[in-house]
Design a protein around this ligand. Structure first.
Ligand code: TXA
Ligand code: MG
Length: 347
């Protein structure tokens, strides 16, 4: 199939009546797939009420069907369509963070595709902070199931090029509104326990959540590899570039020594670094991923950086480590997955 592009170049004026949005929404209503931008990454959307539509997501992405999807809504009223009653402390979270990169796991109501929720009794839901996404969901007038619009296992897509590299010809259409902003996916918060649990760290940090609702826990599996994660998707290998990646928790001098050792063995070496340190290394490919002094820029560039390593044949990749605080927690979570948890610490 040919993948149709609906270009939205004026984000200030996009509405549910914009012709591109109306056409894209028509496809969603016909249970077809549409990729669309959010403030985090591009999503691959389908009618969340239809098994037929949702099955197409799993097959286009090659995604295991025990990994449930996030349901995207445009208005708070849509919540009552998909979730059962929920505790009062949820409302302040919604008021503070929606639209935005916070996904809430809540008790599910009947009526959604069981495929979308992988048969669980809970549902993950969020309201994306992107005018084209909100316009599309409103125009379709449906809850929209949407995982990241990449092939399963690849880094999530932060540009139309990333989506096309993975899914061109496999999906009927994409709403093209340029690169996304935040880069790492939404924070997933399980709200079905007395103390809410972060199942996936993201742009909304633990500290920001605690400012609104008090104590928040972090899923034990994120801290300890032996535990099985509660978000089914967190157990899969993800984000991995073609060459094996190792994170190096140490000085740039130490990283440069590792690079030189590999080069002596005739290996082609790549390094993921930041603006501050990039001049320091002798690697064959140096990928600059934002500024260390502002971790938001690292989060925003991370997936594009990981994909850049696949532009040429490399044998070994090293990445600098980042402090796992604030958005750094999400960055290190994704990097560790990309590295299959290989990490070298300088003594
Ligand atoms: O920023 C984002 O969240 C992006 C954009 C497109 O919205 N979406 C995204 O979706 O990252 P996906 O499918 O790549 O990741 C969804 C995560 C997975 O780890 C999945 O296991 C978890 O959410 N999840 C979904 N439903 C769940 C549930 N009922 N209980 C626990 N975890 C759930
Ligand atoms: Mg994903």
């Amino acid at each position: 199939m040919k993948t149709k592009h609906w270009i939205v170049d004026n984000l200030e004026h996009v509405t549910k009546n914009s012709p591109q949005i109306v056409q894209a929404a028509e496809l969603l209503k016909k249970n077809e797939l549409v990729a669309f931008p959010t403030e985090t990454v591009y999503g691959l959307g389908a009618n969340a009420k239809s098994d037929e539509a949702v099955a197409k997501i799993y097959s286009a992405k090659g995604r295991p069907s025990d990994n449930p999807l996030i349901i995207h809504i445009a208005k708070k009223e849509q919540l009552t369509e998909i979730v059962d009653s929920y505790p009062d402390w949820i409302d302040p979270l919604i008021d503070r963070f929606w639209p935005g990169p916070l996904t809430l796991v809540l008790p599910k109501k009947e009526g959604l595709s069981n495929l979308a929720t992988a048969g669980l009794s809970t549902v993950a839901v969020r309201m994306p902070d992107h005018p084209a996404a909100l316009a599309l969901i409103e125009a379709a007038n449906l809850p929209i199931a949407a995982p990241s619009a990449n092939l399963s296992g690849k880094p999530s897509p932060t540009s139309v090029k990333h989506v096309m590299d993975d899914l061109e010809g496999r999906i009927p259409g994409i709403v093209d509104a340029g690169p996304t902003g935040l880069g790492v996916e939404s924070t997933v918060l399980d709200c079905t326990e007395d103390i809410p649990v972060i199942l996936r760290p993201g742009s909304v940090t633990k500290q920001q959540l605690e400012e609104v609702i008090g104590s928040v826990r972090i899923d034990a599996a994120l801290l300890n590899q032996e535990e099985l994660p509660k978000a089914p998707g967190m157990k899969y290998t993800h984000y991995a570039p073609d060459a094996p990646l190792t994170i190096v928790d140490g000085s740039k001098e130490f990283i440069e020594q590792l690079i030189q050792k590999e080069k002596e063995k005739e290996k082609k070496v790549g390094v993921l670094t930041t603006e501050e340190n990039s001049r320091f290394y002798s690697a064959d490919k140096i990928v600059v991923c934002g500024k260390r002094s502002d971790l938001r820029t690292v989060a925003s560039a991370l997936y594009d950086s990981l994909r850049k390593f696949n532009e040429e044949q490399l044998d070994v990749l090293f990445s600098e480590a980042f402090p796992a605080e604030g958005v750094g927690q999400a960055i290190m979570n994704r990097l560790l997955k990309a590295a299959s948890h290989r990490i070298i610490k300088e003594r």
